[in-house]
Design a protein around this ligand. Structure first.
Ligand code: ADP
Ligand code: MG
Length: 593
């Protein structure tokens, strides 16, 4: 057979392996989760590709994962019938770090260190293939891609800087397609090779893998066997009428080994929502999206009629760090399935508008073609209807959080995703009615606790027609503005818009429950207390002073006028009716700098 070729790992790989081994030392068992998830990914890939290339399935074998443990020798083998790897893929995938899981792990490790480090956290992240070396001295990967007619063997050892690849020539080891990993466990880790232990880990870690996982188990069945009746003497003793006719038997247990289905393969979203517990949803969420915190809310539903699909949506507890996530709709947050086949998680606004791209979930449709492409997605009427329903459900879910008895939940939501909803006010006119009740602001009567527009409206004076607001850069400067004096005096509440995006969002909404939003810093503010007689008198008395001031200030102001809107301050600078508010002007200035 051809000689083994030796390859060096990319430098990062060796470093990564050290890191994994050191930081996951107390959580070694995650290796099984990682390797099963790779097997499941490989099956997903094959199933997906075979839709357009049925030739890939020329080997008639089932899609499954089989795990065999040899406790006497401390060996575990994990075999899948998935996409396998070509020789080049072995080099690219197992010799370099270009993969999502491992990159995420490195980041998590760093974030965790920066945050002062609870090591247990790390165990929750995908660390990938190299976690095999947590428990193994030696790992052998024998793999056959349906694209290649040869089977290759990758072999690596713990703490080594290189690995080898050879062609598989032993006929006993040939597989029709897919990958077999063989782990030669470290002396202290041989305990993992117990069939019961494997069974427990599979049940624990892989309950949401949608392919059958079989484990090699010792089984037994009981059987009645006749016993030797012994001597004639014995027969003579046994003269009792009742037992005379019965044959003497005893129960024995026959032992044998066989594959046992160890996971439940029904995807959680196909189950009846009434029968799924909150814990199950949370677990599913954490496993599917590599999250370590429970979601703030979830929603599991089926839609029927025009378009049929099933979905489970989640609101995460935290926005991912990184400033640009609000602009970037490519979050891989929605996993699309067609008839249970995973199709894609690579969307760009097709299923959710970008301001809702923080929503995570799975969507399974029976109406889309399996070979659905991005172009089809973008043009499909079905997808448009799905999108509408999904958005509506997402809003219901968020509204649900806002009505929760636990006020903290929505505060947490708002802190993380408030900006997204404000962006929604600007970008999604169609959903203004759903967005508006979810907004939160401080106000002149609630400087510490955020209030919603409904609370504002309830608190309006009987004859108050408008919703008042002032945009400013902080609550402190908002409450010290002279514009507020008159309104405070009249006990009218004023919303404080202190986030730069607030004012634009509000201006887009225009009104809420038929009440207009009114900027109290604008020149034509009408508080319904005009006294024309008195105004005339004042104008006569102070008209000349106004002219004089205007002359002195020249172009710096548009006009100088008598007003009834102040109570203790002598004068105030207001913005023109059609001009920018002072806050907007500040924003524009900041942007043009
Ligand atoms: P990730 O799964 O996040 O991509 P891993 O380190 O777990 O990272 O795996 C690296 C790559 O190795 C995978 O992306 C895949 O291409 C390949 N791979 C690993 N296990 C298998 C397998 N059982 N079958 C086919 N390819 C695999
Ligand atoms: Mg992986």
């Amino acid at each position: 057979s051809p000689p083994a070729e030796r390859y060096e790992y990319q430098a990062e790989v060796s470093r990564l392996m050290d890191l994994i081994v050191n930081s996951l030392y107390s959580n070694k068992e995650v290796f099984l989760r990682e390797l099963i998830s790779n097997a499941s990914d490989a099956l997903d890939k094959l199933r997906f590709l075979s839709v357009t290339e049925p030739g890939l399935l020329k080997e008639a074998v089932d899609f499954d994962i089989r795990i065999q443990a040899d406790k006497d020798n401390g060996i575990i083998s994990i075999t899948d019938t998935g996409i396998g790897m070509t020789r080049q893929e072995l080099v690219d995938c197992l010799g370099t770090i270009a993969q999502s899981g491992t990159a995420k792990f490195l980041k998590a490790l760093k974030d965790n260190k920066d945050a002062g480090g609870d090591n247990n956290l790390i165990g929750q992240f995908g660390v990938g293939f190299y976690s095999a070396f947590l428990v193994s001295d030696r790992v052998v990967v024998s793999t056959k891609s349906p694209k290649s007619d040869k089977q290759y063997v990758w072999e690596g050892e713990a703490n080594a800087s290189s690995y080898t690849i050879t062609e598989e020539t032993d006929p006993e080891k040939l597989i029709p397609r897919g990958t077999r990993l063989t782990l030669y466990l470290k002396r202290d880790d041989k305990g993992f090779a117990h069939p019961e232990r494997i069974q427990k880990l599979v049940k624990n870690y892989s309950q949401f893998v949608s392919f059958p996982i079989y484990t090699w188990q010792e089984k037994g069945y009981t059987k009645e066997v006749e016993v030797d009746e012994g001597t004639d003497e014995a027969k003579k003793d046994d003269q009792d009428e009742n037992t005379k006719k019965k044959k003497k038997t005893k129960t024995v247990v026959e032992r044998y080994w066989d594959w046992e289905l160890t996971n439940e393969t029904q995807p959680i979203w196909l189950r009846n929502p009434k029968e799924v517990t909150k814990d199950e949803y949370n677990e599913f969420y954490k496993k599917t999206f590599d999250e370590y915190l429970e979601p703030l809310a979830s929603s599991h539903f089926t839609t029927e009629g025009e378009v049929e699909f099933r979905s489970i949506l989640f609101v995460p507890a935290f926005a991912p760090s990184g400033k640009d996530d609000i602009i970037n709709p490519k979050t891989k947050n929605i996993r699309l399935f067609v008839k249970r086949v995973f199709i894609s998680d690579d969307f760009d606004g097709e299923l959710f508008p970008r301001y809702l791209s923080f929503v995570k979930g799975v969507v399974d449709s029976n109406d889309l073609p399996l070979n659905v492409s991005r172009e089809i997605l973008q043009e499909s009427r079905i997808v448009r209807i799905m999108r509408k329903r999904l958005v509506r459900k997402a809003f219901d879910m968020i509204l649900g959080i806002s009505m929760s008895e636990n006020r903290e939940d929505y505060e947490k939501f708002w802190e993380n995703f408030g900006k997204h909803l404000k962006l929604g006010c600007i970008e999604d006119r169609e959903n203004h009615k759903r967005l508006a009740p979810l907004l939160r602001f401080f106000s002149s009567q609630s400087e510490e606790e955020l209030i919603g527009l409904d609370e504002y409206v309830e608190n309006m004076k009987p004859d108050q027609k408008d919703i008042y607001y002032i945009a400013s850069d902080s609550v402190t400067s908002a409450k010290n503005t002279p514009f507020l004096e008159k309104l405070v005096e009249k006990d009218l509440e004023v919303l404080f818009l202190v986030d730069p995006i607030d004012e634009v969002a509000i201006q887009n909404l225009k009104s809420y429950k038929e009440k207009n939003f009114v900027d109290i810093s604008k020149e034509d503010l009408d508080l319904g207390d005009k006294n024309e007689e008195k105004e005339k008198e004042m104008k006569q008395e102070f008209g000349q002073i106004c002219d004089w001031i205007k002359k002195r200030l020249g172009d710096k102001v548009a006009s100088v006028q008598i007003s009834n809107r102040l109570s203790s301050s002598p004068c105030v600078l207001v913005s023109g009716k059609f001009g920018w508010s002072a806050n907007m002007e500040r924003l524009m200035k900041a942007q043009s700098m």
